[in-house]
Write a protein that binds this ligand. Structure first.
Ligand SMILES: [Zn+2]
Length: 242
């Protein structure tokens, strides 16, 4: 498939222009080969991931966390090596940060919410709000999240044993905790500063891993591209444990 056609499709499908608040430079960040034969999906941009992409013959790599976050920096040291690896393989690098958190078909939050069994899903900031069909034990939700992510989640129970309404914000969502109005808030990465607020407000929070809550979007997006354009894809797993 022609790279520019693929980029145009992705920019429109993910509504890349609709997230001006995103510090990520979303879209095609590094240009590689003109013809795309194999797609790679990964959470992060880094030399180890780029090397895996090179070994796998990926020529179009989609990442959630790209290389550029609104601040200029010189292309020296590890930055140079990252780009050298991409250039060596003619690998196109495409980043989708908040657009791939919020997307209602392939976004991290809607995909994870469906896997978790939530219904009545509505957008909530870049995440999603939904509910279980009936009140569900908090620890059962934590177990299910652990099965889905492969990582033992951290449970801070400040509220009820059974939960119905849930807000899910993948990655680093604690900044949104003050706005949470649900029985349970699920996010990725814990932050010490919200510990006491959680219990004082009677909230339940499950931390299911920053990396581990953000594998869903890139995988769903790559699977969508395969279904739509017949492009084979591979997930390049590089867990951070965070
Ligand atoms: Zn993230």
């Amino acid at each position: 498939m022609d790279r520019d056609d693929l980029v145009r499709y992705l920019d429109a499908y993910l509504r890349i222009q609709d997230f001006p608040q995103d510090p990520s430079l979303n879209g095609l960040q590094v240009e590689g080969k003109r013809t795309v034969r194999k797609v790679g999906a990964a959470v992060d941009a880094g030399e180890a991931i780029f090397r895996k992409a090179l070994e796998e013959g990926v020529d179009f790599l989609i990442v959630h966390h790209g290389l550029f976050w609104g601040k200029p920096f010189p292309i020296v040291g590890h930055h140079k090596r990252r780009l050298e690896t991409l250039f060596a393989g003619g690998i196109n690098l495409y980043a989708a940060h908040l657009p791939l958190d919020a997307h209602e078909e392939v976004g991290n939050n809607f995909v994870l919410a469906r896997e978790l069994g939530l219904v009545d899903l509505t957008p909530w900031d870049v995440g999603v709000k939904g509910r279980f069909p009936q009140p569900t034990p908090l620890l059962q939700v934590a177990d299910r999240l652990g099965q889905l992510t492969g990582m033992q989640p951290l449970v801070h129970q400040g509220g009820l044993d059974h939960v119905e309404t849930v807000i899910l914000v993948s990655g680093s969502g604690t900044g949104l905790l003050p706005k949470v109005d649900a029985d349970l808030f699920v996010t990725g990465e814990p932050k010490h500063s919200v510990f006491h607020e959680t219990f004082e407000r009677g909230l339940n929070v499950i931390y299911a891993g920053h990396y581990d809550t953000e594998t869903f979007g890139v995988k769903a997006l790559a699977a969508h591209l395969e279904a739509k354009f017949g492009l084979p894809w591979v997930f390049l797993d590089h867990p951070t444990g965070l």
